[in-house]
Design a protein around this ligand. Structure first.
Ligand SMILES: [Zn+2]
Length: 490
């Protein structure tokens, strides 16, 4: 980064940090729970508008439905780099949190108080880490650029979007991609999930999303003759569904190797000391993977590692019968939350599920010349494909190098681990942009204590962000942004 600008930023760090904390407190105090069809993101947009107005940053508000506001701000670069824009994205909605009975539900502070706990130094509230902290850091950085006449060599965009937590971003990123793609045209997008320091078997690393799994809702139905509850029945659809659920629970779907999980496992292995580093790579071996997972990997790590290596199928409910206790139902069904890897289609995931349950059970049979219905029927109710950037792309490699350098400087050399995440984010929507394929990275930097289980904080009770870690994050983000934008003081 330009030396003069760095010196200037260092002289202003405390101002930038305090403004970030203050804006995040205000954002948390605005309730933007996503209630599926209803939402109040526009209230948060109004607050951000006041910041942009004061700093003279150009922006546009897009509100496709009352209450579901999006705001896109842009600072024009001088174009000297010839590169496309860098965009910082943050969804403004949150998952639910109790409004009145928050104490009864185990919250230490009100989820909408924006309160800093003196004891643990954390700012509490819904959205603190998912992901209003990114909106606060980004808006403060954009306003700072304008207030101090910093010149960028490429455009810098901030997108504060609605509706990420429900309905597939219909009123947020998806709407912008389909209806206002010119507003969010960017070469690089920083979005969730990642930029967080964590412990990998005792080593400090920074995880950064480069890929996310696809998701699929599956319904498996079993039928039977039904009948009276007092009689002997050879088949019972409820029992069949219980058996199918058990089989799915007891067996992993087949190992699948792809660009994203090879990159993830190799980058994790590189962070580990020998001989762990050596054995960790064998997670990708069809011969040794299962053995390693079952015998060498602690349960906590298994929970997040297995989804990197396999498509998954978790039973989430069994239904059937009319609720009458003396009646065997004629049908029952099992709902499954299935997640599938990049380079897989949803049909591949269906095949994996059938392979574990027994493919023949989904096929018609002929008994005594008569066609018999299959024992089980599988329907895909909805699906959304996985997404992965090209790890050989030079824009990605250059960006990773910049992030690694800055993170290393700010952590005594913690390595950056590009990772596949099992959930879904707006990066999927941005990857569908009609004219550009942006490099989407999960990079919303925050430094956590090594023993933090930050996955618990997402959507959890007592969502919070450490103030020190947030202040660390805004400095890291500023340095990365200004290096990528080749920024200078005018
Ligand atoms: Zn989120």
């Amino acid at each position: 980064m330009d030396a003069k600008l760095k010196e200037f930023l260092v002289s202003k760090w405390s101002e930038i940090e305090e403004e970030t904390v203050s804006l995040l407190q205000k954002l948390i105090q605005i309730d933007t729970q996503n209630l599926q069809e209803e939402g109040t993101e526009t209230d948060a947009v109004r607050l951000l508008e006041s910041y942009f107005n004061e700093a003279g940053v150009d922006y546009e508000v897009v509100e496709p439905k009352p209450g579901r506001g999006n705001i896109v701000a842009r600072i024009r670069g001088d174009g000297s780099s010839g590169k496309g824009a860098l965009m910082l994205s943050s969804h403004l909605d949150t998952v639910k949190a109790p409004k009145e009975n928050w104490e009864a539900e185990g919250w230490k502070h009100s989820p909408y108080g924006g309160i800093i706990d003196e004891e643990d130094g954390c700012l509490y509230g819904r959205g603190a880490i998912d992901m209003k902290h990114m909106a606060a850091m980004s808006v403060v950085l954009l306003c700072f650029v304008n207030k101090h006449d910093i010149v960028l060599s490429r455009d810098l965009i901030f997108a504060g979007v609605a509706d990420e937590e429900r309905t597939d971003s219909k009123w947020g990123a998806k709407y912008l991609v389909e209806n206002r793609p010119e507003l969010i045209e960017a070469d690089i997008i920083f979005n969730e999930v990642g930029g967080f320091t964590m412990s990998l078997q005792g080593t400090q690393v920074l995880v950064m999303q480069i890929a996310e799994k696809g998701s699929m809702q599956v319904k498996i139905t079993a039928r039977g003759p039904g009948g009276h509850g007092s009689l002997y029945h050879k088949t019972n659809p409820i029992a069949t569904m219980g058996q199918v659920a058990h089989v799915l629970q007891a067996n992993r779907l087949r190992l699948r190797i792809n660009q994203a999980n090879v990159a993830t496992i190799n980058s994790m292995a590189a962070c580990l000391p020998f001989p762990k580093s050596y054995f960790f790579r064998y997670l990708l071996s069809p011969t040794f993977s299962d053995y390693l997972v079952d015998n060498m990997i602690p349960p906590l790590l298994q929970a997040s590692l297995v989804p990197l290596l396999h498509n998954t199928a978790n039973p989430t409910s069994i239904r059937g019968g009319g609720g009458q206790h003396n009646q065997i139902p004629t049908s029952a069904w099992l709902m499954i939350d299935s997640r599938y890897l990049p380079e897989c289609s949803h049909q591949d995931a269906v095949d994996d599920i059938k392979a574990v349950i027994g493919p023949q059970r989904f096929e018609e049979t002929v008994v005594n010349g008569e066609k018999q219905e299959p024992e089980l029927m599988l329907e895909v109710l909805a699906y959304r494909d996985a997404q992965c950037l090209d790890v050989n792309d030079h824009v990605y490699k250059d960006t990773l190098a910049v992030i690694s350098k800055v993170v290393g400087d700010y952590t005594d050399g913690a390595p950056v681990c590009p990772t596949l995440i099992p959930g879904g984010t707006d990066s999927y929507q941005y990857s569908k942009h009609p004219t550009l394929t942006p490099i989407c990275l999960g990079f919303t930097p925050v430094k956590f204590k090594l023993d933090t289980k930050f996955s618990d904080l997402f959507h959890g009770t007592n969502e919070r962000v450490p103030i020190d870690g947030l202040k660390w994050g805004v400095k890291v983000l500023a340095e990365v942004v200004h290096t990528l934008c080749e920024s200078k003081l005018s």
